[in-house]
Design a protein around this ligand. Structure first.
Ligand code: LER
Ligand code: MN
Length: 270
């Protein structure tokens, strides 16, 4: 099983990230702690120096399994379901440019907060049709790159909270390169059974986030990671398990405890 951790390529208000900025220093640390890859949270690929980024990644021999995109929602208000068509189009363009950027790493592009929220005076059907259109357009524009929609808990969005609603949504989009990202923090809030939901998502599972019940590092709360990693093994998941955690008690401690704890779960699951 391969483990990664999320690093934001720029400072951000989003809190559940162990590392933000200082790419060279943080990427070296992530390698030193024993991670196999690094998930990048990118607000806008245009703002990045790809040559410099590639050279740090190459020096540390770390792949990039996934690109997070949610900061464009949090910090610029771009949403695939905004009531303003122009903003929806800008959001689509941003995802397309993330997909182009993802080609450099063969990374999965994550649709988390960028799906937006349904304003309560709009019907679910209309908002869902905007999201289906947007993702179909993105997926068709670049079939080499996978897109993963993340079911997110009800306190952050009212669109696609559960694995089941994610799977139903995928049927409507009906594109091979659109699948799911499951996140233990959200599943702990929304799923009746995390294990069953992982089994149900099996065929469409493109990426996996871990954080404990309190969004601290795995081992700091009450989620049963032994069973979860065992289930991922059972379904023969070959992707990355990526830590999206609060930098608590501090970034380095949270990163070290995550990888040590996940490795210890693997020993138990042998
Ligand atoms: C993003 O991966 C995520 O899990 C969301 O909670 C963003 O807020
Ligand atoms: Mn997540």
């Amino acid at each position: 099983m391969k483990f990664s951790i999320v690093l934001s390529t720029q400072p951000t208000a989003f809190s559940a990230l162990a590392y933000k900025g200082q790419l060279s220093e943080n990427i070296s640390k992530i390698k030193m702690y024993g991670y196999d890859g690094i998930e990048l949270a990118v607000r806008d690929p245009k703002l990045l120096d790809l040559t410099q980024l590639n050279s740090v990644l190459k020096k540390n021999n770390l792949p990039v399994p996934a690109l997070g995109t949610g900061q464009a929602y949090g910090e610029e208000g771009l949403s695939l379901t905004h009531t303003d068509k122009e903003i929806r189009e800008k959001a689509i363009d941003r995802i397309k440019s993330q997909m182009k950027f993802a080609e450099n790493f063969n990374a999965v592009v994550i649709i988390g907060l960028m799906r937006g929220k349904r304003e309560l005076d709009l019907s679910h059907e209309i908002v869902e049709s905007w999201l289906i259109e947007a993702l179909s357009e993105c997926a068709s524009s670049n079939e080499k790159i996978n897109i993963a929609i993340e079911p997110i808990n009800r306190y952050e969005t009212n669109l696609i909270n559960t694995v089941n609603s994610g799977l139903l949504f995928l049927e409507k989009v009906n594109k091979k390169n659109v699948g799911l990202l499951l996140d233990t923090f959200h599943m702990n809030i929304e799923e009746p059974s995390i294990v069953e939901s992982i089994h149900n998502a099996k065929e469409k599972l493109f990426h996996f986030h871990v954080a404990d019940s309190n969004r601290w590092y795995p081992g700091a709360g009450h989620i049963d990671f032994n069973t979860i990693l065992g289930t991922l093994r059972e379904i023969k998941y070959t992707g990355f398990v990526s830590a999206e955690i609060l930098p608590l008690p501090d970034s380095d401690t949270s990163a070290k405890r995550t990888i040590d704890f996940l490795h210890s779960c693997l020993q138990i699951n042998k």
